[in-house]
Design a protein around this ligand. Structure first.
Ligand code: HEC
Length: 142
């Protein structure tokens, strides 16, 4: 009796191993979800732009120009350049002159694309999506 049992053991072990071998596939998804997600455009806006341009994108009268319905947004490459390089001096937005300084923003191409796509699709704006490739080509031409 004992011998038969022992002889059957390898088959039992093999069965256990193969049936366990199927399990990692079902646990793969939660493992991937625990990877830190890239910040969204909204999150980047809140940490990077909100202090000046405000939560509603309206800016501050005479100090920070609005992003909400800004006519400046018509030129996507100019907007990318503005955020990459910043600016100081006179700038006219929606017919009003501002004369202040925006520091260059240190963001990756992906983060820049995300925050600008957020700006273009919020605050009453409806503009194009900005891609990392768009940012890369403007950055290369600076
Ligand atoms: C420290 C304040 C400050 C921060 C932070 C800042 N800006 Fe600005 N931004 C300004 C000022 C001031 C101007 C106008 C600069 C001038 O007078 O030359 C401006 C101009 C702009 C313009 C062009 C004019 C307009 O209103 O359409 C855009 C677009 C813009 N900013 C987007 C952003 C985005 C996107 C971020 C975040 C990634 C950001 N800015 C962060 C202060 C800031």
């Amino acid at each position: 009796m004992k011998k038969i049992f022992l002889a059957a053991m390898p088959a039992v072990i093999a069965l256990l191993v193969t049936s366990c071998g199927n399990q990692p596939a079902s646990t793969e998804h939660p493992a991937m979800a625990s990877k830190p997600a890239a910040p969204t455009g909204a999150e980047i806006y809140k940490t990077t732009c909100v202090a000046c341009h405000q939560a509603n994108g309206e800016g501050m009268p005479n100090t920070y120009p609005p992003l909400a319905k800004s006519d400046y947004l018509a030129d996507k490459n100019a907007v990318i350049k503005q955020v990459l390089k910043g600016s100081s001096g006179a700038i006219t937005v929606n017919g009003k002159e501002y004369n202040n300084t925006m520091p260059p923003q240190q963001l990756s191409d992906d983060d820049m694309a995300a925050v600008l796509t957020y700006v273009y699709s919020n605050f009453g704006n409806s503009g194009p999506a900005v891609t990392a490739a768009d940012v890369k080509s403007v950055r290369a031409a600076l």
